[in-house]
Design a protein around this ligand. Sequence first.
Ligand SMILES: Cc1cc2nc3c(=O)[nH]c(=O)nc-3n(C[C@H](O)[C@H](O)[C@H](O)COP(=O)(O)OP(=O)(O)OC[C@H]3O[C@@H](n4cnc5c(N)ncnc54)[C@H](O)[C@@H]3O)c2cc1C
Length: 382
Amino acid sequence: MGTDDIDHEIIDSIERWAERELRPVARKFDHADEYPEDIVEQMKGLGLFGATIAPEFGGLGLSASTYARLVMSIASVWMAPVGIFNSHLIMAACVQRHGTDAQKRQWLPRFASGEIRGGIGLTEPNAGTDLQAIRAVARRDGDAYVINGTKTWITNGVYGSCFGVLVKTDPAAQPRHKGMTMFLCEKGEGFRAAKKIRKLGYKSIDSAELVFEDFRVPAANLIGGEEGRGFQQAVGGLELGRINVAARGAGIAAGALRDALRYAQQRETFGKPIAQHQAIQLKLADMATRVEASRLLIEQAARKYDTGERCDLESSMAKLFASEAGVENSLEAMRIFGGYSYSTDFDVERYYRDAPLMCIGEGTNEMQRIIIARQLIERNPV
Ligand SMILES: Cc1cc2nc3c(=O)[nH]c(=O)nc-3n(C[C@H](O)[C@H](O)[C@H](O)COP(=O)(O)OP(=O)(O)OC[C@H]3O[C@@H](n4cnc5c(N)ncnc54)[C@H](O)[C@@H]3O)c2cc1C
């Protein structure tokens, strides 16, 4: 069996799983804002916590293209569970790409099995886009570092136990990124989730404030073993991160289209299904076109990523377009559902609440536009 066949089989079985296991419970968990423990156990069994981790460390070793399709399939049913393994895989990718051999052997197999789960801690109350303005510090003390500071909005912050945490090891360094370092931190004395943040959407998954108070982390947990590389390690994963967020946006856009198309053929006004009214047809056509355009942009960026080509322009375009497609399609689905869109008995109100996050995560869409424009200028000098 070729790699394409195997990838196709994986996507197929994930699609069936999402329909069978996620769809029936999504609304209940979302409205209760309850962590889906049982779903997490199932995701472990499916290998999702090791989806992009290399097979030699126990992962599935999926390409960016296959992973993006998998993410889109799940997000078209319910976006939030994707965050539970996606943020975890960003932490794992940091170790896989930048860790020492000993760190890879120690951590990756336990990340891949889902035995240890977590995420990535970059953002602070005063620094998001301007990541080099973070204030969390780590001071060397013998064979350990002592971390003090606060991270916020950290996905999996309550239920995860291990995080890639970006801090300053030299707060006075110029340029600022030279003083930044990333550590793998396991919860324990001095490191706790202080507060679960209440949100508009993206429910059931925990976003939390993480507090470090004289937290001692072994020096062996410094990713890559050398200070001053944390910023590059954090932003180095962004191309893949953007492809993933794009896939989530495209998934929501596809889910909104699927539900709206079905509803429009069932709901009748003035003696015919609303799908027969041109005003509704125009919406459906635009929604479907956005989904396909998103899919193609994502595929283009992911293919380039998989072949090792530079893809910052492509991944930014995919992220920008597909996340906006998620927002636009979910709003159009609301219009097509009319009054019922406002009812919590339907899924479209969830798509509408979940979609805007994709315009913020992995670099806001304002920043994506700036990256795209800079690349255009750089690639087309006069
Ligand atoms: C649900 C959720 C989950 C998250 N999960 C994580 C996580 O797991 N780990 C993590 O580290 N972070 C996480 N984040 C944080 C997220 O990455 C940040 O919110 C994001 O990077 C934006 O930073 P900010 O909120 O500080 O906005 P700011 O940086 O304060 O930006 C505010 C506004 O100013 C604009 N802006 C800023 N600088 C410029 C500029 N130079 N030019 C033009 N416009 C500019 C922005 O585009 C935005 O519109 C999460 C956020 C949310 C909401």
